[in-house]
Design a protein around this ligand. Structure first.
Ligand SMILES: Cc1cc2nc3c(=O)[nH]c(=O)nc-3n(C[C@H](O)[C@H](O)[C@H](O)COP(=O)(O)OP(=O)(O)OC[C@H]3O[C@@H](n4cnc5c(N)ncnc54)[C@H](O)[C@@H]3O)c2cc1C
Length: 413
């Protein structure tokens, strides 16, 4: 049984495709989501269907695999059983936990209603509607300057999600929208990126962080470093003691592990991740593996990061381990991670790239081309990328955005 049909779960099931095993993939959603590009759904560059794919479509034709849409509520490690939200139970011989992360408001869950986040497809579509509606409301005012909170965006957290979202928003208000609004001037939109630490993109080197900071500021993003958020409420946010009126506070900061490991009574770390050994099994539970974001995998000086490459590599390793065990072959050597480095993008023409050893550092257009190539051809598991390629090219050439429909939100009184 594989819990989670995200990047790790999907790759693990695909690795087991030809093995003499029955695979059950359980996910509470019916789709796999390519999270690295959901900020493009929120900023209307891509449509929801272009960054997601029904799990059943990807695995349904795999003869040994059965897909179940349900939430896993508990794991009984004694009975070797997984319990589902619809009261069903699944027996397992091997269990792979691949349930990823969830949003963490750092002990301030009361901020959640006022600061939506970007983690699921629902989040992205809701955020898109919220952003677009704000501009519509501003245009409807006789004097749009009377309500600056409508078009003041406060993004909390300058990791990859905050930075990429800020860049895309800045481009939207400067490039795409000005031609279409008559009363409201989209270029007056304020985008504030608040970061408690002293630099943006802390997973990159200080040199790359400095370049991205300069780029964001050039694009008109107000980046505030060393500025923790003290409060978020219906009126906006208090950032480093300053009250900022905003209808659009967006949480791009903390994450923690989904509680599956805890529910199974396994050893977890401070983030709730399942602690695993070198063979990626939970200590004392040789039949339970954890992979991807939900796994705490030691490496010198800490643990492996929550990135796609870790999910893919751990998934393949565990798939092969299970095959070897079923076929009574010798055990695999301990898992070792091959770090390919990091990529992030800011707007249509700029990205940064850094290899793990820090020898290659790129910032600018070439890095953007590599970013697009990797996301398009490499990381989406076997999905049809034609429509995404056409949408990107079209919006790159015309400076128009792909999917700007508002379908769910009511007008503001
Ligand atoms: C906004 C954003 C941007 C990102 N950008 C990048 C990037 O540019 N580059 C990069 O390398 N990485 C990026 N990442 C990280 C990358 O997406 C993750 O590392 C990767 O998806 C981890 O895969 P996973 O299988 O561990 O978890 P996920 O892909 O998150 O899959 C977890 C699955 O488990 C399911 N699930 C959870 N709980 C339950 C339950 N109780 N019952 C049933 N199903 C459950 C979920 O529905 C989900 O489908 C980004 C992440 C986010 C959120």
């Amino acid at each position: 049984v594989i819990i989670g049909g995200g990047l790790g779960g999907l790759f693990c099931a695909m690795t087991l495709r030809d093995a003499e095993v029955d695979v059950v993939v359980v996910d509470r959603a019916n789709h796999y989501l390519y999270q690295a590009l959901i900020y493009q759904v929120a900023t209307a560059e891509l449509d929801a269907g272009e960054v997601s794919m029904p799990i059943r479509e990807r695995l349904g034709r795999q003869k040994n695999t059965y897909v179940v849409m349900a939430e896993v509520t508990c794991v009984d490690t004694e009975l070797k059983q997984v319990r589902l939200s619809d009261d069903r139970a699944l027996d397992y011989d091997f269990l792979v936990i691949a349930t990823g992360l969830e949003v963490n408001y750092f002990g301030h869950d009361e901020w959640q209603p006022f600061a939506p986040t970007l983690k699921t497809l629902r989040d992205a579509v809701d955020l898109r509607e919220r952003i677009l509606s704000s501009f519509e409301h501003a245009e409807a005012l006789r004097d749009p300057s009377c309500c600056p909170e409508l078009t003041t965006f406060v993004l909390v957290g300058a990791g990859p999600t905050g930075v990429e979202l800020a860049g895309a928003l800045a481009e939207m208000v400067r490039d795409t929208l000005p031609r279409e609004f008559k009363r409201f001037d989209p270029t007056t939109t304020r985008i504030i990126l608040a970061e408690a630490g002293d630099r943006v993109l802390p997973s990159f080197s200080p040199e790359i962080s400095a370049k991205v900071l300069a780029k964001l500021r050039k694009m008109g993003v107000e980046v505030r470093l060393n500025s923790p958020v003290d409060l978020i409420d219906a009126k906006g946010a208090v950032v480093a003691g300053e009250r900022i009126a905003s209808d659009n506070v967006i949480w791009t900061a903390g994450v923690r592990a989904t509680p599956t490991g805890e529910a199974a009574g396994l050893e977890i770390d401070a983030m709730g991740r399942v602690v695993v050994g070198p063979d990626l099994t939970a200590p004392g539970h040789p039949d339970i593996y954890a992979i991807g974001d939900v796994a705490h995998i030691d490496r010198e000086g800490g643990s492996l990061p929550a990135v796609a490459q870790v999910a893919v590599q751990t998934a393949k390793y565990v798939g092969h381990s299970i095959i070897d065990r079923v076929e009574s072959k010798p055990a695999q050597p301990p898992f070792s991670y091959y770090d390919k480095g990091y990529l992030a993008t800011v707007g249509r023409n700029y990205a940064v790239l850094e290899t793990a050893n820090g020898r290659v550092k790129l910032a600018g257009y070439l890095a953007k081309m590599i970013w697009a190539f990797i996301h398009l051809l490499y990381q989406m598991p076997n999905q049809d990328k034609t429509t995404m390629f056409v949408t990107w090219t079209w919006s790159y050439v015309t400076h128009r955005l792909g999917s700007r429909v508002i379908i769910g939100r009511k007008s503001r009184p």
